[in-house]
Ligand binder design. Structure first.
Ligand SMILES: *Cc1c(COP(=O)(O)O)cnc(C)c1O
Length: 355
């Protein structure tokens, strides 16, 4: 069976070596040595100024929305994983969708200002498939209207834009280290809080609001990463170069062998060093997509409809129609992409995609 992705696992001895450190210390959570070491290594690796590790990629979104959304309207993209929208609704804010650009597939920055009202508190956009949003224009709009900017950067681990980490843009960027992501800790995530005045509240929010054992700064939740998860991250991180190189080879193979008269690709923003996170292709119609999916499934190959449906059509939101996102969501399929996916398998997938 071939799935859309396959978790990269380091040699088990290397994971055990890290786990043994937690056993030796008899310390499994509450920001032990492994979590702190992983934080520092990721700050270095990614070239960011701050990082707080968390237990997944959804909790940092919810904390960000809680701290910056303040129950107001949040301008967001309809084309992302469902967690981008649920974080807003879960924190009692209102998602206000703005349609996406038909080629970049990120939020269409030219349509943001028309959606701003006196209730708007923040913009929450996704660097979808690792493709950067138009960060300069979003920053200009946010400054002008006094809004916070949150980036769901779950797909953007290691992405650089204009020579620096894409995570350095916005007030907060969030990462997911779920087992399906290019760098993972099994379950895990992080917040990069660039707005220094928010770093402290982000920190206590992820640990029940604690200020010492009996004093509390304010409301919090449990968003802590465990030592066992950090151990996986420490064992995976040394393989990032290998992971990226191998994924790049798969991407190059698709790029040179797929028939682009039948399907098309998203456009990567200029000045981007991409991370080969996903391989989305757009069919000409949903019918063609469904036919291809059926042919692949019959051979035990399971691409995924990332991202379907368009999030503005979820039953718990109200929205205007989002024609570009709705149309895109119906026609987009992510092909299998993971380390060491063989050329034989790639040939089979490519033959089945268009026929
Ligand atoms: C994976 C993902 C999340 C959620 O991350 P978890 O670690 O699974 O909680 C959020 N947003 C996007 C865009 C994702 O792809």
């Amino acid at each position: 069976m071939i799935n859309v992705t396959k978790t990269f696992l380091p040699p088990i001895e290397e994971y055990q070596k890290q786990v043994k450190r937690a056993f030796d210390a008899v310390w499994l959570t509450n920001r032990g040595a492994l979590v702190q070491e992983l934080e520092n290594k990721l700050i270095d690796y990614l070239g960011v100024n701050h990082m707080l590790l968390l237990n997944n990629g959804t909790i940092p979104l919810q904390i960000a929305v809680k701290l910056m959304g303040k129950g107001g309207e949040i301008i967001t993209t309809p084309f992302s994983y469902v967690a981008t929208t649920t974080a807003i609704v879960w924190e009692n804010c209102t998602p206000v969708f703005v349609d996406i650009h038909p080629e970049y597939l990120t939020i269409d920055q030219t349509k943001i200002e028309a959606a701003i009202t006196e209730k708007t508190t923040a913009i929450l956009a996704t660097h979808v498939y690792g493709n950067p949003c138009h960060v300069e224009e979003i920053e200009r709009i946010a400054k002008k209207h006094n809004l916070f900017v949150i980036y769901d950067a779950a797909h953007a681990f290691g992405v650089k834009y204009k020579g620096q980490s894409i995570l350095n843009y916005g007030d907060v960027s969030t990462l997911s280290f779920h087992a399906t992501k290019i760098f993972h800790t099994g379950e895990g995530g992080a917040a990069i809080v660039n707005n220094e005045s928010l770093q402290h509240s982000f920190f206590y929010s992820h640990n029940f609001g604690h200020n010492g054992p009996t004093d509390f700064h304010g409301l919090g939740i449990n968003g802590k990463m465990s030592e066992l998860h950090a151990a996986m991250g420490l064992a995976v991180l040394p393989y990032m170069e290998h992971i990226l190189q191998s994924r790049k080879e798969v991407v190059n193979y698709y790029d040179t062998h797929l028939d682009f008269s039948k399907v098309s690709k998203m456009k990567l923003r200029d000045n981007t060093e991409w991370n080969y996170a996903y391989y989305p292709i757009l069919f000409k119609s949903e019918e063609e997509l469904l036919n291809a999916q059926k042919r692949l499934n019959e051979q035990d190959i399971f691409p995924r409809r990332y991202f379907y449906p368009s999030l503005n059509t979820l039953p718990y939101v109200t929205s205007q129609p989002m024609p570009v996102a709705e149309e895109t969501a119906k026609r987009v399929l992510c092909l299998p992409l993971y380390v060491d996916l063989s050329v034989d398998k790639l040939k089979e997938i490519i033959q089945l995609v268009v026929c």
